[in-house]
Write a protein that binds this ligand. Sequence first.
Ligand SMILES: [Zn+2]
Length: 406
Amino acid sequence: SCGILLSDEALYQRDQRVTKHRPATILAIPALIAVVACLDVPTQSAVTVPRVRAQQMVGDWVVHIDGGSFRNSIELFRVDTTSGGLTLHDLQTRDWAGEQQSGLGIVWSSGTVVNGGVSWALHLADGSEGQMSWSLVGDTVFGRLSFPGSLTDYALVGVPVSLSIVPKSTGPVPAMLSPQDRVPLVLLRVDDLPAQDRDFIPRLMQRGLYGELAIPTALVGMSGRASWSDVAQWHRDGFAVAAHSRNHSRTNGSPQIFLSEVVGSLSDLANRGYGTTLFVQPGTWEDSIYFDTPEKLNNWRGAVLQTFATVFEGYARPASVSLPMADSMAMGVGHFTVSNGAPVATVLNWWQEAQRPARFTVFMMHSWSLTSPDQLDWFLDSLALAMRGGRIRLAHSSAEALYTGR
Ligand SMILES: [Zn+2]
């Protein structure tokens, strides 16, 4: 590995020499590019709909009920009209530990359209009778679940779920890895879909490289961003797509915002034909939704990610983990940021770590943060050389680490 390291250094030094002879204008493109970064945009504005039609409620809804035994889990409901009126069915979810959950235990339900929403009468498997009110505001339902006869009365919030987002299933863990599976696996993740990706992504493709695009779905096509037709082209070129929230806001995430940003962005991609079970946490999330420890996932938010994501890329786990990636590591796996002014010596250390046997390592790049478009060419050259030499495998997405050897 020492020889590999030297050759990487050689590649870097060669690029430095090349850069020296280039006109200074390339280096003079100033740091104001960095401002485009992670823009602070409010979440979808709420519009009150005074009259609700039954048909508007038909479909799947993910709901968080804030209280009692429901507090740490989520509910996934299917609303249909197959029996004539509105009926509500439980769908399976997972709790934060990944265990299957069957829901409220609805054995009978009836929904009545009222002003601005639906009033539900529920008979549950334990013999209890519940009442649930839903008010539709924009694409979100707000309401309460109560059990007359007891004092139970909880607030709830829910958002629609694209029918094509199917809760995940995982395969068995293999006893041992094959020799092929011990070759280190590397993922290149390109975040935020800035307009600079139009220059950066071709640099990957020229070298036979590919990776995962982390997309804030509400920002695509906006000023300073690439477009959906860019996404379509890059997807055809071999790049995988991951949801990276809708608005990439600086937020500490109310239940409404968290559901809308996570399930909403996964649904947005699914509705455009890019069904994915990969979610990448924005670095702009704060407090209880800045997932920098595993414990921060031990609640209903973890249940949302367990239910809808096979891999949640966050800050709660290392950037380099052993193969096959354990389910626990798949909830919060980190990344090394090789852009944003990372020192070359640091990047070289990470790159050496990534080349150890049976490792999976995520390298993340913000093309908007590069001081010149060719700043990372030396690193891309190193990757391409290692890939051609069979010293690493390149992953199209983080899910490949989960299924290696399975
Ligand atoms: Zn981001």
